[in-house]
Design a protein. Structure first.
Length: 317
């Protein structure tokens, strides 16, 4: 009888352990080496790998003169071959066109491409109508465009028409690969006036150049403060990142340190990479106060695959 009781007890314990293990998996977490700290190079390589996965490749021959490329998201980019040069000479023959278009904060985090615009000397949050990068190459050499590229973006990709959008040019940081945006004033390119973003038939219409650009607007702010960040031992701004997502704004993403409005409700999102290439992360819901301190601890961390992490961020209200 005692033997039977012991066997039943062990079976119950084993059943409870299995149940607990299943619940952990339902929380989007998977096993990892908690003591592993990535290098800056490993973290940036993970971000570049994700950006590469979002890059679409097209072919183009200058004999076509003008050609429109449509991404899987429905954005259209029209390139005029007569405006392309390499090393100062007109381009002829076959070309390779690569296009990135990002709209959701989950993709912006994974690719390290936040929507942060310069307002004087301050970095401030932007609300985005999409982020784009276009490169054109021939035999490994990068082409230059001497006239604008026509761009048509469905406004449905970012929540509908917004007449306050303007064009921005992105500058990549050599330190960590992140991006900062500078507003484009009306200017002349090859005797052509570049207008602000127009809304026509539920599309954003704008003229752009090669490289990184977007159509965004500043998020309206009043009083602002720059929160301080406290990270677990071993982590810093080169091997991890802390992003800011505005509650209710799926197409906006900041990265700390930067100024934020006092009283703004945000998600502070810590992100880094594990040894196996998964995502280690933490999400905190915060209402910004004056001189706010945002602290992440080792106990806050969860681990997910890249797909699972993207799903977690997309579900944030």
């Amino acid at each position: 009888m005692k033997t039977t009781t012991k066997i039943l007890s062990l079976a119950i314990v084993a059943s409870l352990f299995a149940t607990i293990s299943c619940n952990d998996n339902d929380d989007n977490s998977i096993a990892t080496d908690d003591n592993y700290i990535p290098t800056a190079a490993e973290f940036q390589a993970s971000q570049q790998s994700y950006l590469d996965s979002k890059t679409q490749t097209f072919t183009f021959n200058t004999a076509d003169n003008s050609k429109t490329f449509t991404t899987a998201n429905g954005a259209k980019f029209t390139v005029n071959a007569s405006c392309l040069t390499i090393d100062g000479a007109a381009v002829t023959g076959a070309l390779e066109v690569k296009i990135v278009d990002l709209y959701d904060k989950s993709d912006m985090i994974m690719a390290n491409k936040p929507t942060v615009g310069m307002n004087g000397s301050d970095k401030e949050l932007l609300v985005s109508g999409g982020e784009y990068n276009i490169t054109i190459t021939q035999n490994g050499k990068t082409a230059v465009a001497t006239c604008p590229i026509s761009v048509e973006i469905p406004t449905s990709l970012t929540g509908g028409n917004d007449v306050n959008m303007i064009p921005w040019i992105g500058r990549i940081s050599s330190a960590d690969g992140s991006i900062v945006w500078n507003a484009v004033n009306k200017e002349t390119i090859n005797n052509t006036t570049v207008p602000f973003v127009e809304v026509q038939n539920n599309n954003y219409i704008l003229q752009a150049g090669l490289g990184w650009f977007n159509c965004d607007r500043f998020y309206k702010i009043t009083a602002s403060t720059t929160p301080t960040i406290v990270l677990p031992t071993g982590y810093n701004t080169t091997n991890s990142a802390v992003y800011v997502a505005i509650k209710g704004e799926p197409n906006s993403l900041g990265n700390l340190p930067m100024k934020l409005p006092v009283g703004l409700e945000i998600y502070a999102i810590f992100q880094t990479v594990t040894k196996s290439g998964d995502v280690k992360y933490a999400v905190k819901t915060i209402i910004i106060t004056e001189n706010h301190k945002i602290e992440f601890t080792k106990a806050d961390m969860k681990v997910a695959t890249k797909t699972e992490f993207v799903s977690v961020i997309k579900k944030l209200p």
